[in-house]
Design a protein around this ligand. Structure first.
Ligand code: PLP
Length: 397
């Protein structure tokens, strides 16, 4: 037998972390890595955050799991908190981002079905989007590499170029339910929606009774410098999927919706055994205690401004390697002039710096939101040493 006990769906690297300390990860061999990957935008509070650990420990000792058949004072409190913080009137809790997007897709379809228009089931989605790995969410993405081997896909998605408003208008038809979009594409390469694009989608939605569904799984929970990224784009959505930072490392997600958009999500239409169990809710409450306030958002924006300005100065030293710095808040991308994977591997293996590659030749720079200036200094030192020692041969690998 050659298959590994862990199903070999990930091209796992040699680094094997066993402990986390604030913004660092420690490997099996005792080596210390600066973590500017945050479990792919998950560990908003870094590792070993006392508030998060304390909340999980306390809740684990009190009540870990009960069925969603029972009333949930814990869930009601967190849902109300998210409602108060956002556009939403109601929330469904999930265990992951893909499940939050699945709930968002079902909510959009149910909206039209409940309105007597079940034929309006098609969501317009965008090239290079990433919405997760379930059958529904891979179907929502145009990326063929995620489809291969898993046909037939779920019908009901039409792909349009990210940012192409004329193509969106042309794609709207009698079956259109709405738009599903990441305000800033994460896996796609930290691509911010072009100026005015989301506002134009909002206007089209209002004109044609369509829904704006935002996938804020990666952008949400203070990552982009506002609690949710939509706040920076001058719109409110009808439905929003959240996860990653929402649990700070505890598997958690949420689908938020307005009362109107959720009109089809009545008793019996959706469910989850674990979604919103007391343990997950306690973890999320601890995350919100830390991040859902002006002071914390100001900190994220301050760190972002410092990091971006240092990066912009730095990349000019290596014009053959770097093209630009982009993104919002602490969801940043370094666009390279080469494929990013060898450089990410070089930084990791030779300089103990963790980053994540993305589409469009981009290296994602997504540190814990709790970094301070010493981490930015350490990051630039490692990045600078990494760029200086990176060879053409490695680039070609
Ligand atoms: N949507 C976006 C924008 C994401 O970045 C991700 C994960 O990277 C997902 C959905 C899927 O989330 P999960 O892996 O928790 O299912």
């Amino acid at each position: 037998m050659t298959i590994t006990p862990l199903m070999p769906v990930y091209p796992r690297c040699g680094f094997r972390p066993v402990r986390g300390e604030h913004c660092h990860l420690i490997g099996e061999d005792g080596r210390r890595y600066l973590d500017f990957a945050s479990g792919i935008a998950v560990n908003a509070l870094g590792h070993s955050h006392e508030g998060l650990i304390g909340a999980i420990q306390k809740q684990a000792a009190t009540l870990m799991h009960v069925s969603n058949l029972y009333g949930s004072p814990q869930g009601e409190h967190l849902a109300q908190r998210l409602v108060d913080l956002t556009f939403a009137d109601t929330v469904f809790f999930t265990n992951s981002g893909a499940e939050a997007v699945e709930c968002a897709i079902k909510t959009a379809r149910a909206y039209h079905s409940a309105g007597g228009n079940p034929h309006k089931y098609e969501l317009i989605t965008f090239t290079d989007a990433f919405h997760g790995r379930t059958l529904g969410t891979i179907s929502a993405s145009s990326q063929e590499k995620m489809h291969k081997g898993f046909y037939p896909l779920l019908p009901g998605f039409k792909y349009v170029d990210f940012g192409d408003l004329e193509a969106v208008k042309a794609a709207i038809g009698p079956n259109t339910a709405g738009f599903l979009i990441e305000p800033i594409q994460g896996e796609g390469g930290i691509k911010v929606a072009p100026e005015g694009f989301l506002q134009a989608l909002r206007a089209l939605a209002d004109e044609h009774d369509l829904l704006v569904v935002l996938d804020e799984v990666q952008t949400g929970v203070a990552r982009s410098g506002t609690f949710y990224a939509y706040e920076q784009f001058g719109i409110t959505p009808d439905i929003l999927a959240s996860a990653k930072g929402l649990g700070g490392g505890f598997p958690f997600g949420a689908c938020l919706a307005t009362e109107k958009a959720a009109r089809g999500m009545v008793a019996g239409t959706h469910g989850s055994t674990y979604g919103g169990n007391p343990l997950a809710v306690a973890a999320s409450e601890a995350v919100l205690d830390a991040v859902a306030n002006e002071e914390f958002l100001a900190h994220v924006n301050d760190m972002s401004a410092k990091l971006v300005s240092r990066l912009e100065q730095f990349i000019g030293n290596y014009p053959d390697l770097f093209e630009e710095v982009r993104g919002r808040g602490l969801l940043l991308g370094l666009k390279l002039k080469i494929e990013p994977r060898p450089f990410v591997a070089h930084l990791r293996d030779n300089h103990q710096l963790l980053t994540v590659s993305a589409g469009d030749q981009t290296v994602r720079v997504i540190p814990p939101l709790v970094i301070d200036e010493s981490h930015i200094d350490e990051f630039l030192d490692k990045l600078s040493a990494g760029a200086a020692s990176f060879t053409a041969q490695e680039a070609a690998e």
